[in-house]
Ligand binder design. Structure first.
Ligand SMILES: [Zn+2]
Ligand SMILES: [Zn+2]
Length: 172
């Protein structure tokens, strides 16, 4: 990601939305809607958020524009063993997004850091095998005990976007 050089917001600005940390040093804009939103109920997310589950909006790294200070990258162990880089405000340490397993093209934005987090509820609940028992999942939203195949869950538009970054990755 390059500060101040993202895609231009859509003409009416309807898909772009901003967010940031609590002290407001880190501010960012998602230039479009996310690929999908995960409600992750794994124990790792429970521990890292101190909450019942994490809500992560997956979006291409080049659709994230920094408006303020750059967040600091903190290497954190992950269930896969490949590590998770958690990007935190250098001042207040709030986590704004993650990169999993060194995979550069996509960031997992913490939905709770958006100015309007209500806008992006989970499109799928994952790792429900470790879901806290009091959490009731909404009807009609896919839920899987572990992970899933994007081809079966993502919208055609998101799969087309995935094909773009997958192709770019092959060419590097
Ligand atoms: Zn901050
Ligand atoms: Zn998780």
């Amino acid at each position: 990601m390059v500060a101040g050089r993202g895609r231009a917001p859509s003409a009416d600005g309807s898909e772009a939305c901003e967010g940031g940390c609590t002290c407001r040093a880190v501010r960012y804009r998602m230039e479009s809607s996310p690929l999908i939103v995960h409600g992750c109920h794994c124990r790792w997310c429970q521990r890292e958020t101190g909450s019942a589950f994490a809500t992560n909006a997956l979006i291409e790294t080049d659709r994230l524009t920094l408006l303020g200070e750059a967040p600091e990258c903190v290497d954190t162990p992950s269930a896969s063993g490949r590590g998770q880089a958690i990007f935190r405000c250098p001042s207040c340490r709030v986590a704004v997004w993650s990169r999993y397993g060194g995979f550069e093209p996509v960031r997992f934005v913490r939905v709770g850091t958006l100015d309007d987090p209500d806008r992006y509820p989970p499109g799928i609940h994952i790792y429900t095998s470790s879901k806290q028992p009091w959490v009731r999942l909404p009807e009609g939203v896919p839920a899987v005990t572990e992970y899933y195949d994007a081809k079966q869950v993502w919208s055609p538009e998101s799969l087309a976007r995935r094909a773009v970054y997958a192709a770019a990755l092959r060419n590097t």
